[in-house]
Design a protein around this ligand. Structure first.
Ligand SMILES: [Ca+2]
Ligand SMILES: [Ca+2]
Length: 689
């Protein structure tokens, strides 16, 4: 099965790759097996690094002058272009203008950078900071000189490509990459990059102006070499790359608005990028997670498609958020759904012409641990590959594997049981978040002989993670003893908006940290993270953790999330059930509404995670009927409690249920004595201890 064959009627399927070098032997070009896989599966390639400014801006070449910055192709890029040409593999050129991986020198008078020095004490602690030193604006060239350098670089790129017979190989150029960053608080939402600081807020316009001029001029100049008439606009198009603005988080409403604003913006000096026809395509990078909102992504894609001739997805990868054995399954489900939606958008008129995966194999991805791609390191196909193919063929990915969950309380004291091998963090579900080191050690302990240490962290967000996936959909209390020279140690669930639990650690002693968290029910897995708030920027203190406890509080269902525990129950005319914002008991916004024609048409609430336990159940109901009964559903339903609802106000019903160990599922049903509409909210289930 080949992706490019399956998708041949829709869009190009592309892959990012790099050339093998002495340092990086795991790359693609130069490895015959990987080259063969690429040639079989894809009909577009992007060079992961080799065409970036860092490797090709010839500021130190003999041809460079104060006003002229030549393109000096690096041998790796040249090798890849030759491979692409020989294998008839179309290339997306990446990238002409980017704030990152761009030599600092090119912004400086005489190409001589002057940086603002880092505090020498801090540098001793973290020598890497030397590489992040900012330029001192005293060394910047003026706007006019920088514009001349930019123009000469872009013209030099095109001159090289056309004169060396690559014009039919490169079909697109990312002209400007990642120029929008609303968090930088500049006017128009532009990233506060050196490009912005030196040229000003219209550097994107000028990059596109120069790129368009360079493509038009150079394609005419070399038209004959490609057997094309310089007078024939349509024929010229076949040797002209499409010009692209490329960015990430491009589907998020704030960023989308800023991108569109910049493309539409004209000044006294010139028209807009869109108005002057300087841009052909918007590149949506597509660095996603398998729980992202696909609808929001497609909405953005359609909006971009309405502005320009084409849309590309340029850097697609999908991080796994699931930690258990269903990891590949849920990723495949996302990929399938995502491509189904892309195909639907295409049928509805959005001119998506190219989709590129940001890497070939998981082991060489820029986000290695998240396994975001379609192939494993041994080049075998993952379920995600099936997902992408099945989006076209309509095949089914089947069901996830059943996962046993354990809701019992747990204590991690980090002690190695006597006679056992030394305990490692990963043995008990603990791991590093971000960069740093974690180990179980005996130097700094709260109890017993061992505790967890997290040292050499790389930032406040780096820290300790541990798995609480058993508690998806549940509310839990998590506590720990912590010690750190930081201002505070913080604790909270991963990736969801929340206020973390926090404790002041400035005493330097062991202190107790505790928080209660609702783990959402629409995730595949969940980590809890420890991090810090530091006394000054750039510091990353060690964290010591001992006696971590996780206790189940119960299941809270307030119908505020995307999925919930309610399902339809009954025979005959089924009820019409939906989450509504008409009513809510808890001052939030939603409850669950049931409208029906018959008394028997009603709902049940899934509490199967409590099988084998005795639980107290409570819920609120609002109805014009007189009485409500809740009970345990089954072949023979067991009523548990009845309450009077005649007030027409929210009424609380409570009951105790024993859920036998051998049940396959456990559901609480809700009935009333009539067939009036009713609302349910704030269901709470907790085990009887
Ligand atoms: Ca201990
Ligand atoms: Ca609610």
């Amino acid at each position: 099965m080949s992706l490019k064959a399956v998708y041949q009627n829709y869009f190009r399927m592309g892959v990012a790759c790099e050339k093998i070098s002495e340092r990086f032997t795991n790359h693609e070009i130069g490895n015959p097996d990987k080259e063969a896989l690429m040639a079989k599966q894809f009909n577009s390639m992007t060079f992961g690094n080799e065409l970036k400014p860092a490797y090709n801006m010839g500021f130190n070449s003999p041809e460079a002058t104060e006003e002229s910055l030549p393109f000096v192709i690096n041998p790796q890029a040249k090798g890849m272009l030759d491979w692409a040409k020989a294998n008839e593999m179309p290339v997306r050129g990446h990238v002409l203008v980017w704030h990152s991986q761009c030599p600092k020198e090119v912004f400086c008078k005489g190409y001589q950078p002057v940086t603002i020095p880092t505090d020498p004490e801090l540098l001793k602690e973290r020598p890497m900071l030397k590489y992040f030193e900012k330029l001192d604006p005293v060394c910047f060239v003026d706007r006019e000189t920088m514009l001349k350098r930019l123009r000469s670089y872009i013209f030099s790129v095109m001159e090289y490509m056309y004169s060396n017979d690559y014009a039919r190989t490169i079909y697109a150029w990312d002209v400007v990459n990642e120029a929008i960053e609303t968090a930088d608080n500049t006017e128009y939402g532009l990233r506060n990059s050196y490009w912005y600081q030196v040229i000003g807020d219209d550097f994107i316009y000028w990059a596109f102006r120069f790129a368009k001029d360079a493509v038009v001029e150079t394609s005419k100049k070399y038209a004959a070499q490609y057997g094309v008439s310089a007078e024939d606009e349509a024929a010229l198009k076949t040797i002209q790359p499409v010009l692209v603005y490329n960015d990430y988080n491009e589907w998020m409403p704030d960023k989308k608005e800023a991108i569109i604003g910049v493309l539409q913006r004209s000044t006294e000096e010139h028209g807009s990028i869109l108005g002057e026809g300087l841009i052909d395509c918007i590149g949506m990078q597509g660095h996603l997670s398998d729980n992202n909102d696909i609808d929001e992504y497609i909405t953005a894609l359609k909006e971009y498609a309405a502005l320009v001739d084409e849309v590309h997805i340029t850097e697609l990868d999908v991080k796994c958020t699931c930690l258990n054995k269903n990891q590949e399954y849920y990723q495949a489900v996302f990929y399938k759904k995502f491509f189904e939606e892309l195909l639907k958008a295409k049928r509805e008129g959005a001119n998506l012409t190219s989709v590129t995966f940001w890497g070939l194999t998981d082991d060489n991805s820029w986000i290695r641990g998240a396994n975001p791609l379609l192939f494993r390191g041994d080049l075998s196909e993952k379920r995600s590959f099936e997902g992408v193919v099945y989006a076209v063929t309509g095949d089914d990915l089947g069901e996830p594997e059943k996962i046993e969950i354990n809701l019992s309380d747990r204590l991690y004291d980090f002690e190695t049981p006597s006679g056992a091998d030394a305990l490692k963090p990963e043995d008990i579900g603990f791991k590093m978040r971000g960069f740093g080191e974690i180990e179980i050690q005996g130097r700094v302990v709260h109890s017993g002989k061992a505790a967890l240490a997290n040292e050499k962290r790389f930032g406040e967000w780096c820290g300790i993670s541990f798995d609480v996936s058993d508690f998806i959909g549940q509310t839990i209390t998590v506590s720990a003893w912590v010690k750190s020279p930081a201002l505070t140690v913080n604790l909270g669930p991963d990736g969801i908006p929340h206020i973390p639990a926090s404790v002041d650690t400035t005493s330097g002693e062991w202190v107790f940290l505790e928080g209660t968290f609702k783990i959402p029910n629409d995730v595949h897995s969940m980590l809890m993270n420890f991090g810090t708030t530091e006394t000054e920027p750039g510091k990353s203190s060690a964290i010591y953790v001992d006696d971590v406890e996780v206790k189940l509080v119960g299941l809270e269902e307030s119908f505020e999330e995307k999925t919930n525990i309610a399902a339809i129950r009954g025979a005959g005319h089924l009820p019409f059930c939906y989450v509504t914002d008409k009513e809510s008991v808890d001052g939030k916004s939603h409850s669950y509404c049931v409208t029906r024609q018959e008394k028997d048409a009603t709902i049940k609430l899934n509490i199967s995670s409590y099988i084998g336990m005795t639980v107290d159940v409570s819920l609120y109901i609002k109805t014009k009927d007189k009485k409500v009964t809740i009970g345990l559903d089954g072949a023979v339903p067991q009523p548990l409690a009845t309450a009077d609802t005649s007030s027409g106000e929210w009424t609380k019903v409570t009951a105790r249920a024993e859920l036998a160990k051998d049940l396959n599922s456990a559901e609480i049903y809700v009935e009333t004595d009539g067939n009036a509409e009713f609302f349910v909210d704030d269901v709470f289930v907790c085990p009887v201890r």
